[in-house]
Ligand binder design. Structure first.
Ligand code: SF4
Ligand code: NI
Ligand code: NI
Length: 707
């Protein structure tokens, strides 16, 4: 059969299967039964994005079948073939939606099925920074478990996010590939149709970050083609269904690389039978470039190991975490005081421990020198220690400064890993990431208890204290320059963050010091200085310089931004915000929800639903994304009256911020302010929240109307 005919045949099969699934589901549950995927604000995302319709019931799902049917027009041209591919994707979504309508939990370990909006939002920053350089979808079955593992691990080691569909999941299990979202290898499901769950990740990225209007198929396809760096590996025998699903991927702009004999389509459908070349061929087809830093250590080193845990039973050596004294510090020194690539271990190494392992004190002192280095950059670089050490296979790092906690696994120790390898990893990565500001790095690793304690007093603690004092004195008034951040524009083309000392980026990952360092590291990069000039309104946070910058950087999409207001020209949101803040009219205040909270809020919407009302670089008065730390900033919603407006937040977030909330409350005349803020244990309906606010005498109730 010719390629196009195979595609049409596959799309017809998918449609028939979808029809049968819908009828079976209706038979079981009735046509009024609800149909929904868990934790999303985008309905059945593929259908919603393509048609603008949110399907709510099985009956409506049956009506959607005709849309699918209309996409299948078996004429011999590429456009019709790609449309048929999209029809297959929609059929797959319908079949999967029926699974969720009929069963409580259609997926079980290790498969994850549908992926929540919150997870997609959390992928925003790593994708824009290139920490995750691309997304690989591997469908089918490799000739052997070894070959499967080779391809998957290669992607994993390069930091790609890998989704698995079909028998390849069992092959990965057999070859003991470490899996899970945090390890960047995600088994979706065994049926081909489960591939839709990664397709809708790309589709929702367009809705969340790109503000693509639902129903605009053309813009959707343009977005995924240009901005989502994904591709497909279709391995093993190809059914008509798989081929036509592949056509759907191609319609979204994702090349398909297969190990089977098929008629090739240049750039889009590529045959590669050599398992040593599948990975490079795929990366090249999608134009993904991988930056490799060679780190001379005896175990793996990759961003994908960042989320790996070292459990007690697998542990060989442990440092810090309250069990032994431990700390880490980056400090700037004069050029003459740093000998490049000098790595010293002072005290016993881990091979002096008992055969079953044990504990040691630890101090990691990283000394850097460079012409463009500034003392302000020390904490920015120091924070990276956490990531760089976690990239080591079998090494787990938690915390920072003198509350750090490090574990080394048995297998890593047995592979020959010793303490100086920590120095090697830090040396290589620091020069790699900060090469523009540091020229030389030396690392001293102390395990001698007396020295660790003595140097903590002499060097580390005074540094920490000095930095804290610097941060405390760092206000928006005390600097003459703010920064713009455009990192998220690769996904949210019109979004601009303004980063100030008292308002960090809404992702929570870019503070004013980070932005300043980023500018120094990459002078023409995503963070650019904005010289403040004269302030037009200190309460709203209005500057001509900011407005001019925002206009320019958003290409005219945003004309004016008041950086301290949620009601009047608020800052735009991209989609990867840590928290969302929204006005609650009944309480004359605002609520804040963090991404991790999946429950209901007093606004009648979940985090995901609230989040879907803002984003894509659009101003939405009354709603705004923000970083956690901004909540307790003195500049928090200054225009609307500040923290006094905060009436509700999830308990977990409140507890995490309790101390700072109380401190801020005290400054404005309230003791134990955290206890005046309602949470889900008080209620998630406006009435019980307002009753609580009345009982505690919450200040928001008597303030000027917020809207
Ligand atoms: Fe994105 Fe803003 Fe964070 Fe920059 S500061 S990475 S633009 S959210
Ligand atoms: Ni690790
Ligand atoms: Ni973002």
């Amino acid at each position: 059969m010719a390629l196009f005919d195979i595609i049409f045949e596959g799309s017809k099969q998918a449609l028939e299967a979808a029809k049968a699934a819908v009828e079976a589901a209706i038979e079981k549950k009735g046509s009024d039964a609800k149909v929904a995927f868990p934790e999303t604000a985008y309905g059945l995302p593929a259908i919603y994005a393509a048609t603008g319709k949110k399907i709510g019931t099985l009956g409506e799902l049956r009506d959607a079948l005709s849309i699918v049917e209309s996409l299948i027009v078996p004429e011999q041209n590429l456009e019709k073939a790609l449309n048929a591919g999209l029809a297959t994707a929609l059929s797959a979504e319908i079949i999967e939606a029926c699974k969720y309508a009929v069963e409580e939990k259609p997926y079980s370990e290790p498969c994850v099925g549908f992926i929540s909006d919150a997870v997609i939002r959390s992928l925003g920053v790593p994708l824009v920074t290139g920490d995750i350089p691309g997304v690989a979808v591997v469908i089918g079955e490799a000739p052997s478990a070894q070959e499967a593992a080779k391809v998957i691990k290669d992607y994993q080691n390069k930091g790609l996010l890998v989704f698995l569909v079909g028998k390849i999941i069992d092959q990965a299990l057999e070859a003991k590939v470490k899996m899970g979202l945090e390890l960047r290898v995600v088994p979706l499901g065994y049926d081909v149709t489960s591939v839709i769950h990664v397709v809708t990740v790309a589709i929702r990225a367009a809705l969340i970050f790109g503000a693509v209007p639902p129903g605009n198929l053309e813009e959707l396809l343009k977005y995924t083609r240009e901005r989502v760096p994904a591709f497909v590996n279709a391995l093993g025998s190809l059914s008509e269904l798989v081929v036509s699903a592949g056509a759907g991927a191609i319609a979204l702009g994702f090349p398909v690389i297969t190990d089977q004999d098929v008629q090739e389509v240049p750039h889009y459908l590529i045959v590669q039978k050599d398992y040593d070349k599948i990975v490079p061929t795929s990366l090249e087809a999608r134009g993904i470039k991988i930056k490799i830093t060679e780190v001379p250590i005896p175990v793996g080193f990759a961003a994908a190991f960042e989320g790996e845990r070292v459990r007690k039973e697998d542990m060989f050596a442990e440092f810090g975490g309250g069990r032994t004294p431990a700390w880490e510090l980056v400090r700037m020194r004069d050029m003459a005081d740093v000998e490049d690539h000098r790595i010293e271990v002072i005290g016993p190494d881990i091979d002096t421990l008992a055969p079953e392992g044990g504990k040691l004190p630890l101090a990691i002192l990283v000394e850097v020198a460079g012409k463009n280095m500034q003392e302000d950059f020390e904490p920015v670089i120091e924070r990276r220690i956490h990531y760089f050490l976690n990239y080591i296979e079998g090494v787990m790092h938690i915390g920072q400064r003198d509350i750090m906690w490090l574990r080394i696994s048995k297998s890593t120790y047995e592979a020959g890993f010793r303490l100086h390898h920590i120095g090697e990893a830090l040396y290589a990565k620091m020069l790699d990431e900060f090469g523009n500001i540091i020229d030389k790095v030396q690392v001293k690793i102390y395990t001698d208890k007396e020295k660790v304690i003595k140097l903590a007093e002499e060097i580390a603690r005074p540094k920490y204290e000095a930095r804290d004092a610097r941060l405390a004195g760092l206000t928006d008034e005390s600097v003459d320059t703010f920064y713009s951040c455009l990192l998220c524009q690769s996904f949210a083309p019109a979004h601009v963050c303004i980063v100030t000392p008292e308002r960090l980026g809404l992702c929570g990952a870019v503070s004013w010091l980070d932005a300043k360092a980023t500018k120094e590291i990459n002078p023409t990069g995503p963070c650019q200085p904005i010289v403040k000039g004269e302030c037009k309104d200190e309460i709203k946070g209005s500057w001509d310089s900011i407005n001019k910058a925002v206009q320019e950087l958003s290409h005219g999409a945003t004309k004016e931004v008041n950086i301290y207001s949620i009601m009047e020209n608020p800052m735009t949101s991209c989609g990867c915000f840590e928290c969302i803040c929204g006005v609650m009219p009944e309480a004359n205040g605002v609520i804040i929800v963090n991404r991790e909270y999946a429950g209901m809020t007093p606004l009648g919407m979940t985090f995901g639903e609230l989040a879907s009302t803002t984003g894509g670089g659009v101003q939405t008065p009354g709603f705004m994304g923000m970083g956690r730390q901004y909540i307790t900033s003195r500049k928090f919603l200054l225009a609307e009256g500040g923290i006094k407006r905060l009436v509700w937040m999830p308990k977990e977030l409140k507890e995490a911020l309790r101390e700072k909330l109380n401190q801020r409350g005290k400054e404005i005349g309230f003791e134990n302010f955290a206890d005046m803020i309602a949470d889900e244990t008080v209620g998630t309906d406006p009435d019980s929240v307002v009753a609580f606010l009345n009982k505690v005498g919450h200040p928001a109730l008597t303030m000027d109307p917020i809207m």
